[in-house]
Ligand binder design. Structure first.
Ligand code: ADP
Ligand code: MG
Length: 681
């Protein structure tokens, strides 16, 4: 379980659930039987043939038909490809869990023949031939290997999701195909033509194949028929204001009234999943004797490695599994045994609010899903027999949903990809995107990079910009890290940046026990604000780890109302950052002790765009944008009327709040001519 690892050990890995299986001959034979039964197996030969005779093949298929797990194995077993096969996934949990499954199907330990690579975590070896990786990691790999020469085949999976990184991969593949396969206009490529041709496969779960085919010069489209049984759909008669409560009630109605079959509940995010999980547990414990047990599992993007394996364990007799998932279970991961789906109709969506805050910021909003998602979610109930889908919204609400998702490139911050493209000599403005990002977002990314000195006045990448791109961090935090060398505080900055890059918050929302939580956390409080406070927590945790076992560490986190998951993740991120620093000859042990300014000045170097000055009325005005912001009530900053602040992010509710705030001296800001030139003088 999650709590079994010491934080400086690698986090538990998903192969653990399979390692026994792969040692066991009978289980292995059973896996091979399962493989043969998958719907895609009948199309094996024609898939191999189409891929052999075309540069690009588009594959469209029902979720669960075996595309993601089987196709790479067919290509490997077919013997025509000697380089590696890449399979991209939008989400890290999908990449790690699929790699574990396919490893087991090959009867090999994870990280040998089959491996994965996701941000801050990798399991590959010299002999790795099939590699599941996030689309973001493939973009990263292009910085060192612009033509992706180590791959013979690149499979872009879940292309219908149209994530920002998927779109960049698609646009880049177009260029790489021209160069490696010599079928483009680039004459310099003729000599090398076909020496090491690349095969591209685009896989999608929805009916948008034509658009991909058109983008790749009329590439052929193959259809994989799935096994889909009918699904009965129920709507609510009126709209539900509280989808968690509605989900809870619907689950127990199913559980008490309906025949066996597992239940899959779609929720927007991790918070909702954790909330519903605790109420489900509470009520499940009070069920009468004659009602079957409830087994609750969850599945979301930042679920610690190893835990996703639980959802695949067979449901014991006389019990019902209840899986709480985000839209990761829509198409990326198919869970067997599901017969009932409860659909909240909501999802979390990343939005870049370029217009609201001037400089632009990313925010996660809970939004209505699309029709296409609703259809996919319902479909998950009908894989093994007649299914039932309970939509927690009205039929009218369904009818007014938009048809399909807007590509992420049209709604997210482009700063970090702009920089990555610069490193491979490409320009965001001239990439052959399937959908062009708007000028406002491109402009905002350019401004941020210029402010950081990552590009110069004529938009050329600087040496500093090149160093920023080496770190798997937002460019802002990479700049902070590099600045720490000058200020002699790399050890401190690394901890703070690792915590800021973790996918869970250090201080979870504890509304029910707010007073107790505040009291417990007070001992970490640093008057300068949230960054030093975070560092204090991390330092205290480091000490606890040195002296306590796993249960001591867990208790400590509980008593202090800090999120152990965030700390554990930060431990592993920090270890990775140290490795990168070593390779770049940066001394990560430089420490400023308890001297306050070095850390704040380093942070300021990265957060130049997030500086705000006190106004006479007690609000703050952005230096690099038009917005007036307030300090978030959760901030530890003591003097709420400090003349100048830096912040990590803005959250937009009834006001615009700055979250993750520290006070800085105006004299620090004066050191940055780009800031002073614009507003301060
Ligand atoms: P597709 O990509 O077409 O949606 P997949 O290749 O992902 O289909 O899945 C094929 C089958 O493999 C499904 O029945 C799924 O339940 C099963 N499967 C995938 N991953 C795992 C796993 N980690 N454990 C057990 N079964 C799995
Ligand atoms: Mg798939």
């Amino acid at each position: 379980s999650e709590d079994d690892d010491h934080p400086n050990q690698p986090i538990g890995t998903p192969d653990e659930a399979f390692s026994t299986a792969s040692r066991n001959r009978k289980a292995f034979r059973h896996l091979q039987e399962q493989r043969k039964q998958l719907p895609i197996a009948r199309g094996r030969e024609s898939l191999i043939r189409s891929i052999a005779s075309n540069d690009v093949t588009i594959i469209l298929g029902e979720t669960g038909s075996g595309k993601t797990t089987q196709l790479p194995q067919y290509l490997l077993e077919g013997g025509s490809y000697h380089g590696q096969i890449a399979v991209t996934q939008p989400r890290r949990v999908a990449a790690t869990s699929l790699a574990a499954r396919v490893s087991a199907e090959q009867g090999q330990a994870l990280g040998t023949l089959v491996g994965y690579s996701v941000r801050f975590d990798e399991r590959v070896g010299l002999g790795t031939r099939i590699k599941y990786l996030t689309d973001g990691m493939l973009v990263r790999e292009m910085m060192n290997d612009p033509l992706l020469t180590c791959y013979d085949v690149v499979i872009v999976d879940e292309a219908h999701e149209r994530t920002l990184r998927t779109d960049i991969v698609l646009a880049s593949l177009k260029r790489i195909l021209a160069l490696r396969n010599g079928n483009g206009v680039d004459s310099s490529a003729k000599g090398k033509a076909k020496a090491n041709p690349l095969k591209v496969v685009i896989m999608s779960a929805t009916l948008d194949a034509e658009k991909f085919s058109k983008f790749f010069e009329s590439a052929p489209v193959l259809y994989v028929k799935g096994r889909q049984h009918p699904v009965s759909i129920y709507y609510t008669s009126s709209s539900q204001s509280d989808y968690l409560d509605a989900a809870l009630r619907t689950f127990f109605q199913i559980h008490v009234d309906r025949p066996p079959g597992d239940v899959l509940i779609f929720l927007p995010g991790q918070d909702d999943i954790e909330n519903l999980e605790s109420s489900l547990r509470m009520y499940a414990n009070q069920l009468p004797q004659n009602v079957p047990d409830v087994i609750i599992c969850s599945l979301y993007a930042s679920l610690p490695n190893g835990q996703q394996a639980k959802v695949f364990l067979p449901t014991p007799p006389d019990s019902r599994k209840c899986i709480l998932a985000t839209n990761i279970a829509e198409t990326s991961i198919t869970i067997p045994g599901v017969r009932y789906v409860i659909d909240s109709g909501k999802q979390k969506e990343k939005r870049h609010l370029a217009r609201i805050a001037g400089s632009g910021f990313d925010t996660l909003l809970t939004t209505d899903i699309t029709k296409s998602s609703a259809t996919q979610r319902a479909g998950r109930a009908g894989r093994e027999g007649h299914g039932y889908c309970f939509r927690l919204y009205t039929e009218e609400a369904f009818n007014s949903m938009i048809a399909s998702v807007e590509p992420e490139v049209l709604r997210s911050s482009l700063t970090s990809v702009y920089l990555q493209l610069k490193v491979i000599g490409q320009d965001l403005d001239t990439m052959p995107f399937m959908d062009r990002p708007d000028q406002e977002s491109v402009g905002s990314a350019l401004r941020t990079l210029w402010l950081l000195d990552a590009i110069d006045d004529s938009r050329h990448l600087t040496d500093f910009g090149r160093s920023l791109a080496v770190f798997p961090l937002e460019p802002q935090y990479a700049a902070t890290l590099l600045a720490s060398v000058k200020h002699n505080c790399t050890a401190e900055v690394m901890s703070v940046v690792a915590l800021l890059s973790s996918s869970s918050p250090l201080f979870p929302d504890t509304s029910s026990q707010r007073d107790k939580a505040n009291e417990a956390r007070t001992k970490f409080r640093h008057p300068s604000g949230d960054h030093w406070t975070m560092l204090n927590v991390f330092r205290a945790y480091d000490e606890v780890c040195a002296s306590e076992g796993k249960s001591g560490r867990k208790d400590w986190c509980k008593h202090n109302f800090v999120n152990q998951r965030a700390l554990r993740e930060a431990w592993s991120i920090r270890a990775q950052l140290r490795g990168i620093c070593e390779r770049m000859d940066i001394d990560w042990s430089l420490s400023c002790g308890n001297e306050e300014s070095p850390l704040l000045r380093s942070l300021l170097r990265g957060l130049l765009q997030h500086v705000a000055l006190l106004q006479p009325d007690g609000t703050y005005k952005q230096v690099m944008g038009p917005s007036v912001v307030k300090i978030h009530p959760s901030s530890f900053l003591t003097d709420k009327r400090s003349p100048a602040i830096i912040y990590n992010e803005l959250v937009y509710t009834t006001n615009i709040y700055a979250r993750g705030v520290s006070a800085v001296y105006k004299s620090f800001i004066a050191e940055f001519p780009k800031l002073t030139g614009m507003r301060l003088s």
